[in-house]
Write a protein that binds this ligand. Structure first.
Ligand code: NAG
Ligand code: NAG
Ligand code: NAG
Ligand code: NAG
Ligand code: NAG
Ligand code: NAG
Ligand code: NAG
Ligand code: CU
Length: 547
């Protein structure tokens, strides 16, 4: 009993987090009521009233299951966003945004009544010199303009009112959002809630089924913010097709794009980005008088350094020999062949999963997860650091030192725009069946209907799992259009897609084979449409699952 009481007390002590909300909702009254339903400028009712939006309770869509770690229960991100706000605007028709003054993705017009012609995200190597200058200027304006979102400097239980929220620039807001989604809950401690690093961190954006959809939402929000701050609603984020880079080296690491660097990784003073300061580069353990360390919330008002980049100089002994160059187009081709979006446990250890290949923890020759191996003599065999992860590490600097602060470097947006383009290529090739995303069983916050932390007002992964044209944008060109004839899927044979692992083992197979032999269904085995000896015995819904 005492132990349980102590645990509860501890849990109460360590609820923590810094977070971000519209400035209009961080006044004392709104915080107390946990209600963010502002009256938009020019209106008289919250959320604009009938025909536009009204205030409503936020449902809790969290899926509780085995992957929950103790750290989850002391984290402000739990049951997002209800620790902070449990009511927000529910917009009608095609309206959206925290006060229903914006349009849903893909809609335009004063009443958001028109479905827009998709805007086109272009290859940054193909846009004009003028457009490149615009890219640099637009980024810099976002870096130097105050956002209408503010960021909390304290744990939830210490937030007293608006004074605990700080202004932040439009660009840094996105750095902070990415940081917040992936930050650790508390430092590992032998006496604390979690002993090992892996149990202390909760990543709502990476290493899980929601990786592509989370970053898609992030890019849409960032693109819109850049359009708004620059008064250019037709502007689109360019993408950097690193798999087609000259000599497999960073061909946009020049002052025309994101900045040239010297051998120490410092940006050239001629680049506009040399003046940029990073935020949140250090997670500071925080000694609390209860004798356990917290991870102090990032103080977004304090610059933490300059951008660093040194492409091709990442340590190959630590991360593998491929670190001297960018990922190859053949590796992308390989990943795109995988028809199964994700496989249990929908995490960094997933095998034969398109998502995990793209995320970068699966080997692009076997299709299987591969982690670091340390031999007894201390020698390290680096695990798989492929595609998305490979590019981060290759760039050796701000993009590689920690996933939590990588977004400080503007190349992050260009890299992720390309990652989203690969996700889109996969969608156009393999479809968007609901069954592709897990309903449960993924790490916290990564299941299909869970809200993506920390977007506000909240929306789910499912909202992003559709062809980009339905969200109002498209790409100049998808990856390897028309040339994906090969069938190599490494150790994940095409007739045996990884999703079947869900059904366990050979034992289950044997069961189906026996059932099959005992019934007339066996004749279906010879049907010319079937690919392997097992699938015909499975029911139709499962077959759809497998696709
Ligand atoms: C330590 O944590 C407790 C409980 O959350 C809090 O009341 C107290 O202010 C914290 N101490 C410091 C120095 O912030
Ligand atoms: C929302 O939070 C307020 C303030 O804590 C509380 O009074 C109310 O019961 C909550 N509503 C729901 C639906 O949880
Ligand atoms: C939303 O947009 C669609 C497409 O333009 C339009 O048909 C529909 O009427 C709009 N809905 C509302 C409620 O305005
Ligand atoms: C934050 O920004 C808003 C809008 O620009 C401004 O009105 C407010 O004074 C700023 N607050 C602080 C503490 O700087
Ligand atoms: C907490 O962190 C401080 C500073 O890093 C360290 O000196 C102390 O030993 C830590 N305490 C615990 C209980 O881990
Ligand atoms: C992935 O494949 C490896 C090697 O075949 C196997 O040892 C491991 O258990 C698999 N992992 C999962 C999560 O299925
Ligand atoms: C860049 O890579 C070198 C090894 O080649 C390493 O010593 C250095 O710490 C890396 N720098 C950063 C910022 O990651
Ligand atoms: Cu990320």
């Amino acid at each position: 009993m005492k132990a349980i009481a102590l645990l509860i007390v501890l849990a109460e002590c360590f609820r923590r987090g810094d977070s971000q909300f519209p400035r209009v909702c961080t006044n004392d009254a709104a915080l107390d009521r946990k209600e963010c339903c502002p009256v938009p400028p020019g209106f008289t009712e919250p959320c604009g009233g009938t025909g536009r939006g009204h205030c409503a309770d936020i449902p809790d869509l969290v899926v509780e299951d085995v992957h929950w770690k103790d750290a989850y229960h002391v984290d402000d991100r739990r049951h997002w966003p209800t620790v902070f706000f449990n009511r927000t605007c529910l917009c009608e028709g095609n309206f959206s945004g925290y006060d229903c003054t914006r349009c849903s993705w893909g809609y335009r017009g004063p009443s958001c009544e028109t479905k827009q012609q998709p805007t086109v995200r272009r290859n940054i190597r193909d846009i004009s010199t003028k457009e490149r200058a615009k890219f640099r200027r637009y980024m810099d304006r976002a870096k130097n303009t105050v956002s209408d979102f503010v960021f909390a400097l304290e744990f939830k239980e210490n937030i007293k009112g608006s004074q605990d929220f700080a202004n932040i620039s439009v660009y840094d807001y996105f750095v902070a959002v990415h940081y917040y989604a992936s930050r650790e809950t508390l430092p590992p401690s032998s006496t604390g809630i979690c002993v090992e690093e892996k149990d202390c961190s909760l990543d709502f954006a990476h290493e899980g089924a929601g990786f592509p959809t989370w970053h898609r939402a992030f890019l849409l929000e960032a693109e819109r913010a850049l359009q708004e701050v620059n008064g250019d609603p037709d502007w689109t984020l360019p993408y950097w097709d690193w798999s087609a880079a000259e000599q497999h080296q960073c061909d946009i690491c020049t002052n025309e794009y994101v900045g040239t660097n010297d051998e120490h990784g410092n940006l050239d003073s001629e680049s506009i980005f040399a003046t940029w300061r990073t935020i949140c580069e250090h997670q500071v353990p925080f000694y609390n008088d209860t004798h356990t360390n917290h991870t102090r919330p990032c103080d977004v008002t304090k610059p933490t350094g300059r951008l660093k980049r040194n492409p091709g100089h990442q340590d190959p002994n630590r991360f593998g020999p491929s670190m001297t160059r960018l990922p190859l187009a053949t590796e992308v081709d390989f990943a795109l062949r995988f028809p199964v979006f994700d496989t249990p446990p929908y995490s960094r250890t997933s095998n034969c999963s398109f998502r995990n290949l793209l995320d970068g923890f699966a080997d692009t020759s076997t299709g299987k997860y591969r982690g670091d191996i340390t031999h007894e003599d201390g020698t390290l065999v680096p695990g798989a650091h492929t595609l998305h992860n490979h590019v981060h590490l290759y760039l050796n600097g701000t993009m590689s030192t920690g996933v939590i602060t990588a977004a400080n470097d503007p190349i992050f947006l260009l890299h992720h725009s390309n990652v989203d383009r690969l996700f889109e290529t996969w969608i156009r090739r393999h479809g968007t069946a609901d069954s592709a995303q897990p309903e449960r069983g993924a790490p916290p916050g990564h299941n299909r209907h869970e809200y993506m932390v920390p977007f506000f007002p909240p929306y789910s992964h499912a909202d992003m799992f559709k062809p980009s044209t339905e969200l109002g944008y498209d790409y100049q060109e998808l990856h390897g259009q028309g040339k994906h004839k090969e069938s190599d899927m490494g150790e994940c044979s095409a007739a045996w897609p990884g999703r079947l692992e869900f059904w366990g083992s050979a034992g289950v197979l044997l069961f189906f084979v026996v059932v099959c032999l005992l019934t007339t269904a066996c004749s279906r085995l010879t049907s010319p449409k079937t690919r392997g000896p097992v699938q015909p015995a499975l029911s139709q819904p499962l077959l759809e699952d497998v696709r």
